[in-house]
Design a protein around this ligand. Structure first.
Ligand code: SF4
Length: 137
């Protein structure tokens, strides 16, 4: 659904104007899209248009790091970039976050395997999610 989202488009524009000289987006397995990589320092960057730091952003990047580790690429770090508020947040996988990701993946698989969709729950972030129309309209 991201191709229909104004929010995603705005994020891309901010990304392109803020980091024009960096290596561009890298899509892996139709599963993750890394905004850019600082290959010298081994850091994945995720650029956020938001003017607030959100836990979901951290987990998105942790998932990317975990996904790459499953593919044999380890030792990477992550950095969330917030150009609007000129802040950076470092993100690193550790034993606990890896366990939490595995638990979440199990729950996702349960939902996918279920015969019916789970009960809908309206969340604060639904309004800016690119799946809003699919879930709520
Ligand atoms: S419930 Fe739907 S709209 Fe809300 S965050 Fe999840 S995918 Fe997005």
């Amino acid at each position: 659904m991201e191709h229909t989202s104004d929010t995603v488009l705005l994020g891309k524009l901010i990304d392109e104007s803020s980091y024009a000289r960096k290596e561009r987006q890298i899509e892996i397995d139709d599963t993750i899209v890394i905004d850019w990589i600082d290959s010298k320092r081994g850091v994945l960057h995720e650029v956020k248009k938001s003017d607030s730091l959100e836990e979901a952003h951290r987990w998105q990047l942790l998932y990317y790091l975990w996904y790459l580790k499953q593919k044999g690429v380890s030792g990477l770090k992550g950095e969330l970039d917030y150009p609007k508020i000129r802040q950076k947040v470092s993100v690193e996988l550790n034993e606990q976050t890896e366990e939490e990701i595995i638990e979440v993946m199990k729950k996702v698989e349960e939902v996918v395997a279920s015969a019916s969709a789970p009960e809908k729950k309206s969340r604060r972030f639904c309004k800016t999610c690119s799946y809003f129309e699919l879930c709520w309209v």
